[in-house]
Design a protein around this ligand. Structure first.
Ligand SMILES: Cc1cc2nc3c(=O)[nH]c(=O)nc-3n(C[C@H](O)[C@H](O)[C@H](O)COP(=O)(O)O)c2cc1C
Length: 159
């Protein structure tokens, strides 16, 4: 019997990635954990056409690590497999994802990235995460812009 402990940690500003994360957690029996910014994003904060919006400022600064709430809400070290989900922002993962990864002990952990986007691939964000966190055992990630059902089928196929 498969007793593997699975965690689905996700960040979502407008709910799209959250829907996919929930589908994956339901399908795999995983614990669901939301990476919550200490300060919630407003619509203005998310305006990528405004170079001085909060998201633009955070994403244009590679060293930005915005505070997240409930960092002690979960201990990723307790899990065998960890999915990390996020929306693609400027071809990258939002910096809150970096803040969370750096708050956990993920060395040697099997981590599977997934993302939603307006059309961009997941590749640029994965490349950057691998470069920053080479000691994580990164698994093949996937862009999940399709149905939650296909997200579930994919997630169940990972062992
Ligand atoms: C600040 C910002 C930057 C974005 N940058 C990209 C991008 O580079 N490529 C892309 O395809 N979509 C981009 N998007 C669209 C989101 O990736 C897409 O809407 C995603 O599904 C939102 O997920 P969420 O509802 O979980 O926040 C961006 C959205 C925001 C708010």
């Amino acid at each position: 019997m498969d007793q593997k402990k699975i965690l689905v940690a996700y960040f979502s500003a407008t709910g799209t990635t959250e829907r996919v994360a929930k589908a994956i957690a339901d399908a795999t029996g995983a614990t669901l954990y939301e990476i919550t910014p200490e300060l919630r994003f407003t619509t203005d904060d998310l305006n990528w056409n405004d170079p001085s919006s909060r998201s633009s400022l955070e994403m244009h600064d590679p060293d930005s690590r915005p505070a997240i709430a409930n960092t002690d809400g979960v201990n990723a070290a307790d899990y065998d497999l960890i999915f990390i989900g996020y929306p693609i922002w400027w071809d990258l993962a939002p910096r809150q994802v970096n803040t969370w990864i750096e708050s956990q002990k993920l060395d040697g952990k099997r981590v599977v990235p997934f993302a939603t986007s307006g059309g961009s691939s997941i590749r640029g964000s994965v490349r950057d995460l691998k470069r920053l966190y080479p000691s994580i055992d990164w698994q093949e990630g996937r862009l999940l812009n399709g149905s939650p059902k296909s997200a579930s089928d994919w997630a169940k196929s990972i062992d």
